[in-house]
Design a protein around this ligand. Sequence first.
Ligand code: SF4
Ligand code: SF4
Length: 144
Amino acid sequence: MDKTYRKIIYLAFPPGRSSQPLVCNLARNYDLTFNILKAQINPRQEGFMTLEISGSEESFRQGTDYLKEQGVRVTPVAQKISRDEDSCMHCGLCTSLCTTGALCVDKGSRRVLFDAERCSACGMCVKVCPVKAMDVDLENGILQ
Ligand code: SF4
Ligand code: SF4
């Protein structure tokens, strides 16, 4: 099986839906591997989860279609984070806090590179950036 496909997605669960069986079904029924990076779940309120998923691209599509059929909003995290290229002064402060490698220093140019596909939306770069160049557009709780 092709295990090379990997994505970090952001899930919003409607109130009253327990997220855990839905997420476990990704592994059980769609042969996907998942790693919960962040979760805020309350059975009576909307729940949020950031999930790293790997598996085949087809399994990923089927698994996320399944979640959507259950009423879960599925958003690639890469669509939720951006950097203001004009503001960033490539100070490198954010790179020491970015555990996923989404922000890293290019050894040649000494500029800070940003790869949104690797971002887990932890929000650390938003907190430390002195010029507020990083923006994470996530819902309640994800930046706590
Ligand atoms: S902390 Fe802000 S200004 Fe510094 S490299 Fe990171 S994004 Fe750019
Ligand atoms: S939010 Fe910032 S620090 Fe966190 S993974 Fe994404 S780029 Fe790295």
